[in-house]
Design a protein around this ligand. Structure first.
Ligand code: IPM
Ligand code: MG
Length: 373
């Protein structure tokens, strides 16, 4: 199995280094090759997704991706910004199915911004369509407004669109995932306003008829955001478009106490996958050795493979990282002998200064403007 290692920017390099250590101790044969991506690739090669990096990613069975972005690239023309690397990889590899679990580990219940009883035991899976919608829809651009509220004024526009096959395939992914979990899919749309999402709702409903054992309900995106903070445990699998999925997955992540703990996997129709943390490059804490790497080792050695379709290669998928966290919290610190705390995972690995005190773990939550996922 060949894995493309793309550390990227900021804390991406630190956490990927830890994930590679995990891969190296597994009793599996991996061929690993590293390439530049994001801001560092722009600095070195003049493009955030150089040809050689894209070629490597296409040829690999899986991509281990760190994070991209830094404020210093904010003023670049859009095509050269680090974020274009991840968008380009998604598009070029056809990674349409994005799995974003939001799992609240027992050790982090206190760190959630919601009351413990609302989040304790939380286990949601957000399935986000990743290669369509307003993210990639054409036409887009700037022009002189031909009509609207201010004809003749300068305007910018994007296009929201979904084809039937795009909706069908992501709906199948969601129903198949739900069959292995709580057997419930909530399809999130904005059918009351948007034609694209009325179509989305209709197609998901049709696909749902093939899965009689899975309960399907539909929710408008504004209500879904509200329900996520009101009664998050009412969700099992949530399926939605690219844009709504981007927003809701960040909100769901924060329910778990730390986005720094959550993995994200993006698969294509041949089950080739890109595995990354749900968080971004966090330039504000980069290089300090305090980034929590747990979001990456989780998908890397997963024992719960995900398949986009019933056939093809089995690939690692988002896993329950609870065992890693539990092992750590149950172990004693190598130097002071005290019991570890959930988010001080890095202390054992990098020998960083340890407090061993009772202060709450430092949670990696901030990703800055550009490092946001
Ligand atoms: C994410 C990120 C990306 C997105 C950015 C970095 C392009 O926010 O993966 O959620 O918007 O999809
Ligand atoms: Mg995002």
């Amino acid at each position: 199995m060949k894995i493309a290692i793309l550390p990227g920017d900021g804390i991406g390099t630190e956490i990927v280094a830890e994930a590679v250590k995990v891969l190296n101790v597994l009793d599996l044969k991996f061929e690993m090759e590293t390439a530049d991506v994001g801001g560092v690739a722009y600095d070195k090669h003049g493009h955030p997704l150089p040809e050689a990096t894209l070629k490597l990613a296409k040829e690999a069975d899986a991509v281990l991706f760190g994070a991209v972005g830094d404020w210093k690239y904010d003023k670049l023309e859009r095509q050269f910004r680090p974020e274009q690397a991840i968008l380009g990889l998604r598009k070029n590899l056809g990674l349409f199915a994005n799995f974003r679990p939001a799992i609240c580990y027992e050790q982090l219940t206190h760190a959630s911004s919601l009351k413990p009883e609302l989040v304790s035991g939380l286990d949601i899976l957000i399935i986000r369509e990743l290669t369509g919608d307003i993210y990639f829809g054409q036409p887009r651009g700037r022009r002189t407004a031909p009509d609207g509220n201010f004809p003749g004024a300068e305007e910018a526009f994007d296009t929201m669109r979904y084809t039937r096959p795009e909706i069908e395939r992501i709906a199948h992914v969601a129903f198949q995932a739900a069959r292995k979990r709580g057997k419930k899919v909530t399809s999130v749309d904005k059918a009351n306003v948007l034609e694209t999402f009325q179509f989305w709702k209709d197609v998901v409903t049709e696909v749902g008829q093939q899965y009689p054992n899975v309960k399907l309900d539909h929710m408008y995106v504004d209500n879904a955001a509200m329900q996520l903070v009101k009664q998050p445990k009412s969700f099992d699998v949530m399926v939605t478009g690219n844009m709504f999925g981007d927003i809701l997955s960040d909100a769901a992540a924060m329910l778990t106490g730390s986005i720094g703990m959550l993995p994200s996997a993006s698969l294509n129709a041949s089950n080739q996958g890109l595995y990354e943390p749900s968080h971004g490059s966090a330039p504000d804490i980069a290089g300090k050795g305090i980034a929590n790497p747990l979001a990456l080792p989780q998908p890397a050695p997963s024992r719960r493979p995900h398949r986009v379709r019933g056939e093809g290669r089995a690939v690692p998928g988002p896993a329950d990282g609870g065992h890693l966290l539990r092992r750590h919290t149950e172990s004693r610190h190598p130097r002071n002998g005290r019991r570890g705390r959930g988010c001080h995972y890095q202390e054992d690995h990098q020998g960083l200064a340890s407090s061993g005190s009772s202060r709450p773990p430092r949670l990696q939550t901030s990703r800055g403007n550009t490092g946001s996922n």
